[in-house]
Design a protein around this ligand. Structure first.
Ligand SMILES: C[S@@+](CC[C@H](N)C(=O)[O-])C[C@H]1O[C@@H](n2cnc3c(N)ncnc32)[C@H](O)[C@@H]1O
Length: 182
């Protein structure tokens, strides 16, 4: 099972480059390869703590909201919500601030102390529900999974384009990029 804490345990790394997490480079690579921000100005970042992706977005001209079970330290110009994505009250808070976002990103990993029964398949099911409620038509959805899942046909019914991407060789993480919500 993927362990978020282990990923960010390299203090030397963070100190040297003064970033909150290595996740910064993942979203940078994804954006450079797939231009996920192009033409979009409202972004929802699901599972945003400690804020690596937020740091990548901070100087871009976008309206950004991140949500996480854990508190995300402040970044000027960005809005962070501490809450559980799978609760109605959180969806409402997101909607009140952002309306329907044009780009939804999910870097969620199961946090075992909160959800010992939720695995990646269940997370994906929930994410799909949330996409149908929140994502703006024409928008894009980028999400992480820990293994290859045969979902391209499903997503191609709802999005015009579908890609997957591994940010680092031998990594167990796969990012799925679904563009243009129908
Ligand atoms: C890999 S970390 C995200 C790293 C982040 N993208 C960054 O750039 O720093 C995954 C996050 O998902 C969060 N998470 C897990 N389940 C969640 C839920 N139900 N609602 C909100 N956040 C959740 C965890 O608390 C954890 O911080």
């Amino acid at each position: 099972m993927f362990d978020c804490k282990k990923k960010y345990s390299n203090k030397k790394f963070r100190k040297n480059i003064q970033l909150r997490s290595k996740a910064y480079f993942k979203i940078k690579k994804i954006n450079e390869r797939f231009s996920i921000l192009k033409n979009y100005c409202s972004v929802l970042d699901i599972g945003c703590s400690p804020g690596g992706w937020g740091e990548y977005f901070k100087n871009k001209k976008i309206k950004y909201t991140g949500i996480d079970l854990k508190k995300t330290p402040f970044i000027f110009g960005l809005n962070f919500i501490k809450g559980d994505l799978f609760k109605y009250s959180s969806i409402k808070k997101i909607f009140d601030f952002l309306g329907k976002p044009e780009l939804v990103l999910s870097d969620l990993c199961p946090n075992l102390s909160f959800y010992n029964k939720i695995n990646h398949k269940n997370i994906l099911k929930k994410m799909i529900e949330i996409i149908f409620i929140l994502l703006k038509k024409g928008g894009s959805f980028v999400f992480k999974s820990m293994s290859y899942i045969k979902i391209s046909n499903f997503f191609l019914n709802y999005f015009e384009n579908f890609f997957y991407f591994i940010t680092k060789k031998n990594s167990s993480e796969i990012y799925y990029i679904c563009k243009k919500f129908k």
